[in-house]
Design a protein around this ligand. Structure first.
Ligand code: SF4
Length: 350
């Protein structure tokens, strides 16, 4: 096996099985995005690996003093980021790590508003944990607070880009908040910014984001399997594929090919065909299909889900990598999840 194959296989196997780790080192338990997991840097990649979910107890992998072991035998040295900016506070005494966190190796990420209008309704996405980390972070982060943290994270930890996500709100509010945060970050830290939002009814609002300095955007379909979407993410099913595709197309016209992405989650009950066909569609539009295995967030409706097997993910990543349009690559993305790549193994299969 080549070193490249070893690293690729290891990344998907870690996503699939998780890593056993001492309680105090497990990472954060709830929240949007990669909660219940820990960032591990190894080889030429970084992986956001499940540490909290129940299935992790059966994992052959364990982490001990920056040594990754399988069945108690060392397999590779890893790096665990130790961000210096976490030690700082704002002048009002708010710890920086309640405002934003290091994701992956060099990405600052935050959920700007820790609330979603669907949370207390039957339309809530079953995989989501956005309201669960309330209390451990600020519910609403101000643009100037995120900008202050971004400047420090760049200076102290070599952070190179920022990911901003937000729960679903009224469309005009969502875009205004994201735009204001992006422009504050650009002024203070001068690093690329990625924002994530639902397909807009008024697509022109994306121009506003662009004018505020946003570099890349994510509009997340999550699944191309209609039945699965209806069951797992009914609010998204209601929006419908057409509106997603129109919004993605519009976004590519503004932000450019490879600067627009969409999460595709594997392990929700979808068929492999729906994944491959969906990725073909996205790739053909110049949209990067950010294929991720489900990472069950403790406290979410899917906390007991089991991630897809190593074999399935390997087949899917190989197929998606082979259909990626030539000019689509994580290396060309300016900011966000595609550039961070901690939650997907597509980077090591490109
Ligand atoms: S890929 Fe996105 S969600 Fe995952 S760790 Fe990186 S920035 Fe966070």
């Amino acid at each position: 096996m080549t070193k490249k194959e070893f690293i690729s296989n290891l990344k998907i196997d870690l996503f699939s099985k998780g890593v056993r780790i001492s309680a105090e080192d497990k990472g954060r338990k709830g929240g949007a995005g990669p909660a219940g997991s820990k960032n591990i840097i190894f080889g030429n990649t970084v992986a956001n690996v499940p540490t909290f979910a129940k299935f992790v107890a059966d994992s052959p992998y364990s982490l001990d003093n920056n040594v990754l072991k399988k069945f108690n035998k060392k397999i590779i040295d890893v790096k665990i980021p130790n961000p210096q900016f976490y030690k700082l506070k704002t002048k009002d005494g708010i710890p920086y790590n309640k405002i934003a966190l290091l994701h992956g190796e060099d990405c600052l990420a935050t959920t700007v508003v820790q609330h979603c209008i669907y949370w207390d309704t039957p339309l809530r996405c079953k995989f989501c944990g956005i309201d669960l980390s309330k209390g451990s972070t600020l519910d609403i982060k101000k643009p100037e607070e995120i900008a202050e943290v971004a400047e420090a994270a760049k200076r102290l930890d070599n952070v190179k880009h920022v990911t901003l996500t937000i729960g679903a709100l009224k469309e005009e509010d969502e875009i205004k908040i994201l735009g204001n945060c992006a422009s504050a970050i650009k002024n203070a830290a001068k690093i690329p910014v990625h924002v994530q939002f639902e397909p807009l009814k008024d697509l022109k609002r994306m121009e506003n984001l662009y004018s505020k300095g946003v570099d890349t955007v994510g509009i997340h379909i999550e699944s191309f399997d209609k039945k699965v979407l209806e069951n797992i993410a009914p609010a998204k099913a209601k929006i419908g594929f057409d509106r997603y595709l129109k919004a993605l197309e519009y976004a590519v016209n503004i932000f450019g090919e490879n600067q627009v992405s969409s999460f595709i989650i594997i392990g929700l009950g979808e068929s492999d065909e729906s994944v491959i066909e969906g990725c073909k569609t996205l790739s053909g539009m110049g949209v990067y299909p950010f294929v991720v295995p489900i990472n069950p967030i403790p406290g979410s409706y899917m906390e007991d889900a089991i991630p897809p097997s190593f074999e399935r993910m390997k087949d899917i990543y190989e197929s998606v990598a082979s259909i990626l349009k030539e000019n689509l690559s994580w290396k060309k993305s300016k900011a966000g999840c595609v550039k961070c790549r901690a939650c997907s193994a597509l980077d090591v299969f490109e």
